[in-house]
Design a protein around this ligand. Structure first.
Ligand code: AMP
Length: 284
């Protein structure tokens, strides 16, 4: 596995691989890798035969400076995990390599109005800008994103369609701990008590699934059921509990279309997100 920090060098390497007929798979990350990230590499290997992973903590997508400054990092461990997972190149640019007096940004309208978009001003613009840059730098044939950040994945698919990026986006399922907690680099910040309490998030989504399977279609009722489960975990605050249509991420009142049920909850200053996708009416 090679670790490359410079755009020009990366481009040269990729050009050679492409000329050999290799199909380039790409997994963008912010590092502090866990099994969720590694599952994206596994998914990528199904569609491609040369794996590039980027590790870049993208300052411009953090609406909260202390969240950026405390973002966990362990590059040596990341390199080992990535290599074992079959990554061929890690792209590890620094801030100066990615942003030299950058005056251009990319945004996706409408899809970013609810969920995290409503609560993290500027976040998605920062994400779409860096992902566009990474797509142009790496020029992958496919790129894999996790359902964990469902609004991000759906919006990036739209961005790729709208801006004619010549690649395929693949969505990979959420990887969870045995007890249900969705893996996240930010879980590291949780105390053991918060870690235990944080289970209320995945439990609330399980609860939503159960009541839907039992025939509930009213979003108001579903949210209220979820809220009581989340309150049992004593969160410091609930950022949102929302149900949106999968298609356009617009708020809905009834579960009558494919939908996303999502929540964001604070434990201390750690903000955790989780979601499930519901195929209309059957709770799957
Ligand atoms: P991050 O490093 O948090 O920016 O995440 C990089 C990629 O990994 C994104 O596409 C995330 O959606 C994905 N990801 C993060 N956590 C998980 C998880 N628990 N399961 C699957 N994918 C994940």
């Amino acid at each position: 596995m090679e670790i490359i920090k410079e755009i020009n060098i990366l481009r040269e390497k990729i050009k050679v691989r492409k000329s050999e007929g290799r199909v380039i798979g790409f997994v963008p990350t912010m590092g502090f890798l866990h099994k969720g990230h590694l599952s994206l590499v596994e998914e990528s290997k199904k569609y491609s035969d040369f794996q590039i992973m980027s590790i870049f903590v993208n300052r411009i997508q953090f609406n909260d400076t202390s969240d950026f400054e405390s973002y966990p990092s362990d590059l040596q461990k990341d390199f080992k995990l990535a290599e074992d997972a079959g990554v061929d190149i890690i792209f590890l640019p620094d801030d100066a390599e990615m942003y030299r007096n950058n005056l251009t940004s990319v945004d996706v309208e409408i899809l970013t109005e609810n969920l995290c978009g409503a609560h993290r001003p500027g976040h998605f613009k920062g994400v779409f800008t860096v992902v566009s840059k990474l797509f142009n730098i790496v020029q992958p044939d496919i790129a894999v994103f996790g359902q964990k950040d469902i609004q991000q994945a759906i919006s990036i698919q739209k961005m790729v369609n709208d801006l004619n990026f010549p690649l395929r986006i693949v969505l990979a399922p959420i990887v969870r701990e045995k007890d249900g907690l969705a893996l996240s680099s930010r879980n590291k910040h949780l105390t053991s008590e918060q870690r235990e309490n944080a289970l209320c998030l995945s439990r609330s989504l399980e609860k939503a699934k159960q009541v839907i399977e039992a025939g509930e279609t009213s979003v108001r009722n579903i949210i209220s059921e979820m809220e009581s489960v989340i309150r049992q975990g004593n969160p410091d605050s609930i950022d949102y509990i929302s149900v949106v249509s999968y298609e356009d991420l617009g708020l809905i009142n009834e579960i009558d279309v494919k939908s996303v049920i999502a929540a964001a909850v604070f434990f201390g200053s750690t903000r955790l997100i989780d979601n499930i996708i519901i195929e209309a009416g059957n709770g799957k």
